[in-house]
Design a protein around this ligand. Structure first.
Ligand code: FE
Length: 205
């Protein structure tokens, strides 16, 4: 079962070489300029990434009223915070947050392709696009989560949310125990992309 998640060992170098070749061709044909790819990469490294999601989740942890608003109307609640311009665009127009509790653990996937809330999570990892992950996560989420190292208690329901062009989900993980005295900024450091995808939980450092 495990090797179905495996990719070729040199996947990073292989992908990088393909991207370089494509970029060179697009520049040569005048479709993009020499700076276009760097500009896009910089955007996802500095403006749109999991650091935004971490801010949103940490705020939800310290402010239950904000958390309620976040779940009720995600784009509106996100707009309350001091986040980079464009949070509502770039695949973030239709974001919805779902909150974990003792009763429910949420998992986000895209069964069709790789829909993902870019403004709060950045670009999706390789495995998120893997057809085996996509189908198995829908069919047997508890088993898949166990393979990620996450044992969800039997009494906790697992809800799987299928992202699409219409709705892009992200998870508000539960605030870890023992973090009562932490500031919002300190809490942000505990919020991982994996926890916001639902393949992990947030843990006290
Ligand atoms: Fe998709």
């Amino acid at each position: 079962m495990e090797d179905r998640f495996k990719y070729r060992e040199d996947r990073e170098a292989y992908s990088a070489a393909r991207v370089k070749a494509l970029e060179a061709l697009l520049i040569q044909k005048g479709v993009i300029t020499a700076k276009t790819v760097d500009t896009v990469l910089d955007f996802f490294e500095t403006k749109m990434g999991p650091f935004n999601g971490a801010k949103i989740v940490a705020r939800a942890w310290v402010d239950p009223a904000f958390k309620a608003r976040l779940v009720a109307d995600t784009p509106k609640a996100v707009a309350e915070l001091d986040l980079p311009e464009g949070m509502a665009g770039a695949e973030g127009e239709h974001m919805r947050a779902v909150a974990n509790s003792d009763d429910v653990h949420n998992l986000i996937i895209c069964t069709l392709c790789s829909c993902y809330p870019w403004p709060v999570l950045g670009l999706p990892p390789y495995w998120y696009k893997d057809p085996t992950f996509r189908s198995r996560a829908a069919r047997e989420p508890r088993a898949v989560l166990r393979e990620f190292g996450l044992s969800v208690p039997d009494r906790t329901e697992i809800k799987v949310w299928d992202s699409s062009a219409q709705i892009r989900w992200f998870v508000v993980p539960a605030r870890p125990a023992g973090t009562e005295g932490m500031t919002q900024t300190e809490l942000e450091a505990l919020v991982t992309p994996e926890a916001m995808m639902g393949v992990a939980v947030a843990k006290a450092a």
